[in-house]
Write a new protein. Structure first.
Length: 503
């Protein structure tokens, strides 16, 4: 399905491409097992599932690091390749060189440990007891440090791990962006909290969860989600996974927060729409894979924040919400818009955070996981450090581990270095949105008319269809005409919240 061979294509390239397709399919099978474990697997299935995932991880690693892969790559060093072929070789080479330095038994151990960590995290969160999760977290940290040491002993371990999720925007760039956000957002948040303006909150009371699930399907239909190639389920921590033929979303519902569930659903739609927009003819090779997490997160945050939290979206979608929940009959679009954009003073949960304080949640996690990996913080001290940083950055302090350091699933996956990409992606979303609007005209008018395809088609043309052909900086330049920067995001939130809170 992925072959690009021509008469001039080197035999080594064809062989490499065929071999990589096997690796891609093994990884896709592992992804489905992970989805099942988080969504549908019976609680007692963990012992078998951990072995199954470990076997697939080992198989993928062994296939990628076979001696012949290195030989094919060597043969292609000076080969006459097209730009697309060079991109494929670049991406496979990068994966090969990193994987070849890591022993297969360590890969298997990490996979098995993450499978065992997931139920421990769930139990610890349910019991509000970090000590249940702490031992397996400590084990994962040591394993990931060993993993990083194998890949590049001359670099700080956290820098190596960060590159797993964002290989082409370096950690220095991430730090600069996070520092810019800290400098710009903290005073803006303080101004908002000092404002006398009180935004409307018309979504009080109880909202039936089953009806909210129907509403989630309504919003996915409205946005153009392809249910023939996807599905929606619930999970403790919402996520999206899959490929261009099968991109699934999960969300979660709370009886007292229907807006939060909608935003979560729209966020995961953004991820799935990116995945479904990848070129189908390139399935199984890097040209059919997404371009890392900063770009992926830009797509979800663009749909969630720039579309889902806009005035015109609520003009368009509020009637469907009223049809599902007649108690909202008197709510106006402006009231709904205000409720979707309120800056909270006392929210402790990242996935329920408003658009401004969200980035303080990310900075807390970034700083703590970096300290853990670099050996500057003991696992047993995480709850205390977490609570102290929340008090310092957000002016609030968690009363429990469940609403504090146990709220996110990422560390149970061994995903250290992942969190910064949330903020990096939010910044990129604003830059891409401005480029979109400059190209297609008034996006608000498109949303008001329900013409979401214009947005989706533009994103597919300028971002999705390229897969991993370009590095992140190259893709940003290709899509927006300028280098990656935080100016668009800072301008966007400053203008939006100055207007909302009459600053």
């Amino acid at each position: 399905m992925s072959s690009q061979a021509t008469e001039e294509t080197p035999d080594a390239y064809e062989a490499l491409l065929d071999h990589y397709e096997q690796i891609s399919n093994v990884n896709a099978a592992g992804s489905i097992l992970q989805w099942d474990q988080e969504v549908m697997m019976p609680e007692g299935g963990t012992p078998a599932r951990s072995q199954q995932k470990s076997a697939l991880s080992s198989l993928s690693h062994d296939l990628l690091t076979e001696e012949k892969v290195g030989e094919w790559l060597d043969e292609l060093d000076d080969a006459d390749l097209t730009d697309e072929q060079e991109a494929v070789v670049r991406e496979i080479r990068r994966e090969y060189e990193r994987a070849d330095r890591v022993p297969s038994d360590l890969v298997a151990e990490i996979s098995e440990t993450t499978s065992e960590a997931l139920p421990k995290w769930k139990e610890a969160k349910a019991e509000d007891d970090f000590s249940i999760f702490a031992p397996v977290l400590e084990n994962l940290i040591e394993l990931k440090k060993e993993y990083a040491e194998h890949i590049d002993p001359d670099k700080p371990a956290y820098e190596v791990l960060f590159a797993d999720y964002e290989p082409y925007l370096d950690l220095d760039t991430a730090e600069r962006v996070l520092e810019r956000l800290r400098e710009e957002l903290v005073p803006l948040i303080e101004d908002v909290r000092a404002s006398d303006v009180e935004l409307a909150d018309p979504f009080e009371g109880d909202f039936d969860v089953d009806t909210q699930e129907d509403l989630a399907r309504d919003v996915l239909d409205t946005l153009g989600y392809d249910f023939e190639h996807g599905r929606v389920d619930t999970a403790p921590h919402p996520f999206s996974t899959g490929n261009q033929f099968d991109a699934r979303v999960t969300t979660r519902f709370s009886e007292d927060d229907p807006v939060g569930a909608l935003m979560s659903t729209i966020h995961e739609f953004g991820h799935a729409r990116y995945t479904l927009g990848l070129p189908r003819e390139q399935y199984g090779n890097p040209l059919g894979e997404s371009r890392d997490l900063t770009v992926h997160e830009s797509q979800s945050r663009l749909w969630e924040n720039h579309v889902g939290r806009s005035r015109v979206f609520w003009e368009k979608f509020l009637p469907a919400m009223k049809e599902r929940f007649p108690q909202l009959e008197d709510v106006t679009p402006e009231e709904a818009y205000e409720a979707a954009n309120e800056v909270y003073e006392d929210n402790l949960i990242r996935v329920e955070a408003d658009e401004l304080t969200y980035h303080m949640h990310i900075i807390v996690r970034f700083e703590i996981e970096r300290e853990l990996i670099e050996g500057d913080l003991d696992v047993e001290d995480v709850p205390q450090r977490w609570n102290d940083k929340y008090e310092e950055y957000l002016g609030i302090r968690p009363d429990t581990d469940a609403e504090g350091c146990l709220q996110d699933i990422h560390w149970s996956h061994g995903s250290f270095g992942y969190f910064p990409t949330y903020s990096l992606g939010s910044v990129l979303a604003a830059q891409i949105y401005d480029a979109l609007e400059a190209d297609v005209g008034d996006v608000d008018e498109k949303v008001r008319n329900g013409n979401f395809d214009v947005i989706a088609d533009w994103l597919e043309e300028h971002v999705h269809q390229h897969g991993a052909r370009y590095t992140t900086p190259e893709l940003v330049e290709e899509a927006t005409g300028e280098a990656y920067n935080a100016d668009h995001f800072v301008d966007y939130v400053t203008e939006k919240y100055t207007d909302l809170y009459d600053l």
